[in-house]
Ligand binder design. Structure first.
Ligand code: HSE
Length: 342
C-alpha cells in the first residue's frame, strides 16, 4: 500500500514511527505492506516511489531543517496539492492542524485525493465538522474510502466500537466527555479548588490546551466530534452549525461545590439524544461510569438491546492518534482485499 503523508507534526511523526515499528508482524498478520512514498509538509515535500526512511527525515528535522531539504528526495516549495495530484499512491493520510473556520487546507487535500482516486485517512476534524455529509457522498461517488477513526477518542476506538461491536443493535443515544483539555480543567477546579483561569493556565503549561484555547473551552472541539458521531453512527446528516453549543467558561467553583454536595460533578458533555445534538456543561453523578477525571475521554452508548456501554481512554496524543491511523489503514486494506463497498 503506497501512502502519501500530508502533515509532519506530532501525529505525522507518530504515523511514520508506528508504520516502521514491528513491520514484520503487520505483514505476517495482516498482509499489510505499507510504504510512505511522499511526505508533504508546510515548506515542501520529500518523494521517493521506493519508500522513504523516517530515521533519515527525523535526522534532517533534528538538525533544524525542513524535510524538503533532503538532498536526494527533497522538493522545497512543492505543495501538498501538487504531491497528491502527481505522486502515485493508494492512500492519502491527512494529518494537518485543525481549522474549524473553513477546514483548509485539509478540505482541499481530501477532495483532491478523492478526485485522483485515492483513499483518505484523516485525523483532522475540520473538514468533517463543516462538510461531513458532502464528503462522505463525494467519497462514495469517487469509489474511495474515507476513514477518520482518530478524530473522536484519539487512540480509543469509539467509532469502531459503535459501528462494529454494536452492529445489529440500535444506538438510541450517545453521551460523551470528548475533550481532554476541558475535562482536565473541570477536574482541577473541583478537586484542587482552583479558579477556571488558574486551571486553564496549568492546562496550557502542560501542553493540553492550545495557546488560543477557544476550540477546547468554548466547546468547538467537542461539537466537531458530536457531528462526526451523529453522521457516522446515528446516520444524521448534520454539520457544526446544527450543534447547540455551550462551553465551560461560566462554570464556577460554587456550582462545582454545590454539585459535589449532591454527590455529583459538572462535566462538558456532548450528547446526541433527541432532535438537537448538544454540547454543554452538565451535572452527572460521580458514580456514573462516564465520570472520568483528568484528560481522559469517555463515551456511553445507550442501545436498544445491550443496554448502556461505556468506553474510556486517552483522547489525544501523537502516538495514540497515530494508532488510530494504523487501524484505518488496516481497515482499508481489509476492505480492498475483500472488495467490500463501504
Ligand atoms: N484538544 C483536544 C482535547 C485534542 O483536548 O481533547 C484531541 O482532539
Amino acid at each position: 500500500m503506497r501512502i502519501i503523508l500530508v502533515g509532519y507534526g506530532v501525529v505525522g511523526k507518530g504515523v511514520t514511527s508506528i508504520l516502521a515499528r514491528r513491520y514484520e508482524e503487520k505483514f505476517t498478520n495482516y498482509g499489510f505492506n505499507p510504504k510512505i512514498v511522499a511526505i508533504a509538509d508546510i515548506d515542501g515535500a520529500v518523494i521517493n516511489p521506493r519508500g522513504l526512511s523516517p530515521e533519515k527525515l527525523e535526522a534532517i528535522k533534528q538538525r533544524g531543517y525542513p524535510i524538503s531539504a533532503d538532498p536526494e528526495f527533497g522538493h522545497p516549495g512543492k505543495t501538498a496539492l501538487d504531491v497528491i495530484e502527481s505522486v502515485e499512491a493508494e492512500v492519502v493520510v491527512e494529518v494537518t492542524p485543525v481549522n474549524i473556520k473553513n477546514a483548509e487546507p485539509a478540505l482541499s487535500h481530501i477532495t483532491k485525493a478523492f478526485k485522483t482516486g485515492k483513499h483518505v485517512v484523516t485525523t483532522n476534524k475540520g473538514p468533517l465538522a463543516l462538510a461531513m455529509p458532502a464528503l462522505t457522498e463525494l467519497a462514495e461517488y469517487n469509489k474511495v474510502y474515507l476513514r477518520f477513526s482518530g478524530t473522536v477518542g484519539g487512540g480509543t476506538p469509539m467509532l469502531e466500537f459503535a459501528k462494529r461491536c454494536l452492529a445489529g443493535d440500535k444506538i438510541l443515544a450517545i453521551k460523551g466527555i470528548l475533550n481532554g483539555t476541558t475535562n482536565y480543567i473541570l477536574t482541577e477546579m473541583s478537586q484542587n479548588r482552583i479558579s477556571f483561569q488558574e486551571a486553564l493556565a496549568n492546562a496550557q503549561k502542560l501542553g493540553y490546551a492550545e495557546r488560543e484555547p477557544s476550540m477546547d473551552i468554548d466547546g468547538f472541539d467537542t461539537a466537531a466530534k458530536v457531528v462526526i458521531l451523529a453522521n457516522w453512527i446515528m446516520n444524521r446528516k448534520i454539520t457544526l452549525k446544527e450543534v447547540d453549543r455551550t462551553g465551560i467558561r461560566d462554570v464556577s467553583l460554587q456550582a462545582l461545590d454545590e454539585a459535589s454536595k449532591r454527590g455529583n460533578t459538572i462535566k462538558l458533555i456532548g450528547s446526541i439524544d433527541g432532535d438537537t445534538p448538544t454540547v454543554k456543561p452538565m451535572e452527572i453523578a460521580k458514580t456514573n461510569p462516564l465520570c472520568v477525571s483528568g484528560v481522559l475521554n469517555a463515551i456511553t452508548f445507550s442501545t436498544e438491546f445491550a443496554g448502556e456501554q461505556t468506553l474510556v481512554g486517552r483522547g489525544a496524543g501523537g502516538m495514540e492518534t497515530a494508532s488510530a491511523v494504523l487501524r484505518d489503514l488496516l481497515d482499508i486494506r481489509h476492505k480492498l482485499a475483500t472488495k467490500m463497498l463501504r
